[in-house]
Design a protein around this ligand. Sequence first.
Ligand code: NOJ
Length: 535
Amino acid sequence: MNSSPWWKEATIYQIYPRSFFDSQGDGEGDLPGVTSQLDYVKSLGVDAIWLSPFYTSPNKDGGYDVANPRDVDPRFGNLEDARELITQAHKRNLRVIADIVPNHFSDQHEWFQAALKSKRGSKERERFHFFDAHADGTPPNNWISIFGGPSWTQVEDGQFYLHLFDSTQPDLNWENPEVNADFEKTLRFWIDLGVDGFRIDVAHGLIKEDILTNHPDPQGLSIALRLDVAMDSEVRNALLLTVPYFDREGVHEVYRKWRKLFDSYGEREIMAVAEAWVHPPVNATRYVRADELHQVFNFDLLTAEFDADVLFDVVEQSISLNATVNALPTWALSNHDSPRVASRIGDEQARALALFVFGLPGSAYVFAGQELGLPDGQLQDSDRQDPTFFRTNGAIKGRDGARVPLPWSGDTTPFGFSTGKPWLPISQSWKDFTIENELGDPKSSLHLYRNALQLRKEFLVGAGGITWIESSQHGQKGDSLLSYIRGAITVVMNLSDSAKECHAAGKLIIVSGGTVDARDGKKLIPAYSTAWFLT
Ligand code: NOJ
């Protein structure tokens, strides 16, 4: 089966280039490193890669602080390397999604440098959010940056500029038409170089309203907005309904313009996926209306407990809300901003959940290393690089644990990732997680992912919606079995710590862990496991 356009039910593999493969021995992954491993990527059965930023950057926030969005940082290679990566990916029928960062630039971008040298009220300052201090010298409002500490930094002449993230990431003023013109230039630049789509960073953040208004709980809000900090979901959801700087009506106007730009490339089917964590969840569907973007990330699975009730609600809500705008959902269990799923919910549970979501309609996103079942790296504070760690004086450890480089081969750290010293240490305890080792073990997580993605393509992509199974034999939502039928496949997930019996029809084609016992028409699903049956 297949799906048209290409992105509709694609499986997309997220590569954090700095942590993927180092081709030059400086301890950091790079673009030629990615190119050299495209056969491995292809062998996973994915359709596309999403590359986290590799643009010119002082790297204060892992490259999400962009100093020149139309060039490659020398640490990653050069534009020729980017072109070659795209060419080689296309040869293997893999699409390439670039990560664009429109909410802010790096303070090293020429625009910001010019703003610093210019006067208050100048056209250079108008590209950012510069405001005067209050009469008592305090910042224009009480907002706290998502990385901790104030959202405002003062410059020499006393004005403050807004930065929702690090002080080195000044927010752009999207009311200024120059900003959109520059981003459209950037979009065209990468499309012309060959990319097939964009992941839009902080897509919900571009338009700010009421900038001078205080928030009642800026500290709580800053924490609620972090995927790497656990928080009671009711408290979090209540806070997330009060974000003053995200999800303003004006952002949709930007995406309607961009959609026209994408569509002007016709058959190339350029797509874009929004990083827009908005509340209430129904608001996310506004980003994927027919004349806006193609996909929006669903962040719920990055924080959801491994619980049948919770997962039922997340899946059902995402499918039904997207259906109201004729869109399909996206599913992601890990990314570079959140704890790795194996560490968050457990190894077996992570495998079970992956197999469960690979059956669902929509696009599946896999964060490099997730296919190996990697846990978070255990780091010393002295290893950490995430700005959050520094801006919270170590109170929040940050996201480095999910960004430790991939172990490729051999018995000793750094396991073939680099001939140098990796930018974050790779623990010797990852010996069994290497790609080489897992390739040799038919029961490995890597084999599970490869087989599952193959079967997904064969039987599920394009197979329409799901029907939940709720009967006394199959278990009901809320108990330990969660099951649905899609096309010719029945998917059953057992969320409990003991084997559970079900009456699913059909022949077992894959199981995430353990052995399915089939007797007298009944099937015993192992603990923390998902099985697919083909009828
Ligand atoms: C979301 C990105 O995924 C994250 O890594 C980054 O720190 C922030 N946006 C700011 O760009």
